[in-house]
Design a protein around this ligand. Structure first.
Ligand code: NAD
Length: 255
C-alpha cells in the first residue's frame, strides 16, 4: 500500500515568462505562477495592462508586440517556464479573409512561439529543467468555418509543441498544449457581442445556442481553471507528461 502524497507547486527560484499576460487566460496564468513563487515576466502589447499585472503579481512588465519578431528575439532568455499564450481572433470567410490579418495571426500565434522556444531552450537545457506550455485551443485539434488564420496558427503551434517535446525529452524539458473550449475572457466577450448583433439575439442565447452548441457542458471555462491545468503541468508528478494536448473544452471534442 502506498501513502498518498500531496505535492504543492513550488516555483521559488524559477522565472516564468507569460505572453499576452495583460488579460484573460494569460493574466490568470501569471497570477497562478506568481502564487507558486515564480518571478513572472509579464509580456503584452498593452503596456498599461502589462504594468498592472506585473504590479499585482510582483513580476516584471516587458511590453512587446509579438508580431515584431526582432522584439521577440530581444525578450529575456533566462526563463524556466514559458507560457505561449498571446493570441487574437479574426472571423471571415476564406474568400474575404484579409491577407494581412492572416499573416499577423501566424506571426503572433505561431512564429513568435517558435522564436521564444528557440530563445529559452539553451537556459532550460543548461539547468536540466524547463516547462513549456502552449495555450492552444480546440481549434488546434479541429476546425470551425471562418477562422482560417486562427485554426492554421493553432495547428502550427501543436506541431511546434510536439517537436519541442521530442527534442527536450533528454534535457528535462517538457512541452505541452492546453486546448480550451470557450473561456470567459475579453476575446470571447467580443465574439459574443458580434454574434448577438449578427443574429439579432441576446448574448445569453449566443452562449447557449451558438458558442456552446457542440459543448456537452453548457458553461464557459474560467481563466483560473486553465491556469490550474498549467500549474499541474509544472508540478513534479507531471514530469512525464510531454507532447500532449490536454483539452478543457466541456466535452466539445468528445463528439
Ligand atoms: P485576451 O484577448 O483576453 O488576451 C490576449 C492578450 O494577448 C491581450 O492582453 C493582448 O493585448 C495580448 N496580445 C494580443 N496581440 C498581441 C501582440 N501582438 N503582442 C503581444 N501581446 C498581444 O484573450 P484570451 O481569451 O485570454 O486568449 C489567450 C489565449 O488563449 C489565446 O492564444 C487564445 O487563442 C487562447 N484561447 C482562448 C480561448 C477563449 O475562449 N478565450 C479558447 C481557446 C484558446
Amino acid at each position: 500500500m502506498t501513502t498518498a502524497q500531496v505535492v504543492d507547486l513550488d516555483l521559488a527560484g524559477r522565472t516564468a515568462l507569460v505572453t499576452g499576460a495583460g488579460s484573460g487566460i494569460g493574466r490568470a496564468c501569471a497570477e497562478r505562477l506568481a502564487a507558486a513563487g515564480a518571478d513572472v515576466v509579464v509580456v503584452d502589447i498593452d503596456e498599461r495592462a502589462a504594468k498592472e499585472v506585473a504590479a499585482a503579481t510582483g513580476g516584471r512588465a516587458v511590453p512587446a508586440d509579438l508580431s515584431d519578431l526582432d522584439a521577440v528575439d530581444a525578450l529575456p532568455a533566462a526563463v524556466d517556464v514559458l507560457v505561449n499564450n498571446a493570441g487574437l481572433q479574426v472571423v471571415a470567410p476564406l474568400t474575404e479573409f484579409p491577407a494581412h490579418e492572416y499573416s499577423l495571426i501566424q506571426r503572433v500565434m505561431a512564429e513568435a512561439p517558435f522564436r521564444l522556444v528557440k530563445l529559452v531552450l539553451p537556459h532550460m537545457y543548461e539547468r536540466g529543467w524547463g516547462r513549456i506550455v502552449n495555450i492552444s485551443s480546440v481549434h488546434g485539434l479541429i476546425a470551425s468555418p471562418f477562422k482560417a488564420a486562427y485554426v492554421s496558427a493553432k495547428h502550427a503551434l501543436q506541431g511546434l509543441s510536439k517537436v519541442t517535446a521530442l527534442e527536450g525529452a533528454a534535457r528535462g524539458v517538457t512541452s505541452n498544449c492546453i486546448n480550451p473550449g470557450f473561456v470567459r475572457t475579453p476575446l470571447v466577450d467580443k465574439q459574443i457581442a458580434g454574434q448577438a448583433a449578427v443574429h439579432g439575439i441576446d448574448e445569453s442565447e449566443v452562449i447557449g445556442t451558438i458558442l456552446l452548441d457542440r459543448a456537452a457542458i453548457k458553461e464557459l471555462v474560467e481563466p483560473a481553471e486553465v491556469a490550474e491545468l498549467l500549474a499541474y503541468l509544472c508540478t513534479p508528478p507531471a514530469r512525464l507528461i510531454t507532447g500532449a494536448s490536454i483539452t478543457i473544452d466541456c466535452g466539445w471534442t468528445a463528439h
